[in-house]
Design a protein around this ligand. Structure first.
Ligand code: HEM
Length: 138
């Protein structure tokens, strides 16, 4: 029962985080086409004011719940090494933890990433994670 509740929280948290990345990468960047640089910055900032209150905590919830879930489902490593599930889940967890550390550094410690500064990398990671979270069960 606890597992199902935590997994549902995990899904809601990744839904909010991933939803923002989809909105930002697919739609918000189009604002530039209709407004000049100064107007674009203003519009984006008015949106980001609310994003900063909701999205970073959601990412932390996604990582925290993910850590609980992995502790419950990873299982023993057999003599033949990692199963497909364990391998794909490990890659998924690695990418998720990477995003968590990156987001925490950026938002709470004000340490900006050195490379891949835009939201395209997190977007690509989230898409990859979603595929992994489905194919790991095969
Ligand atoms: C922002 C990053 C993350 C995204 C977008 C994400 C996405 C997802 C999705 C979509 C599922 C649902 C799978 C399904 O039931 O169909 C899931 C489940 C899961 N996630 Fe994440 N996740 C993230 C971070 C993490 C992290 C950091 C960990 C571990 C440290 C993790 C561990 C798990 C586990 C163990 C499950 C359950 C697997 C199962 O059903 O047996 N996730 N995740």
């Amino acid at each position: 029962m606890i597992f199902i509740i935590v997994k549902t929280i995990h899904l809601f948290a990744v839904f909010i985080y991933g939803g923002f990345l989809i909105t930002d990468n697919l739609f918000l960047n189009k604002i530039k086409r209709s407004f000049n640089e100064e107007e674009h910055t203003k519009i984006r900032e008015s949106f980001m004011m609310y994003v900063r209150k909701v999205v970073p905590p959601s990412l932390l919830v996604a990582v925290a719940t993910g850590l609980y879930l992995i502790s419950q489902v990873f299982g023993e490593i057999g003599e033949d090494g990692l199963t497909t599930f364990q391998t794909l889940l490990s890659i998924k967890a690695f990418l998720g933890i990477w995003l968590g550390i990156r987001g925490f550094n950026q938002v709470y410690l004000k340490i900006q990433p050195l490379v891949f500064k835009s939201h395209i990398l997190p977007f690509a990671f989230v898409i990859t994670i979603i595929f992994l979270s489905q194919f790991m069960h095969i």
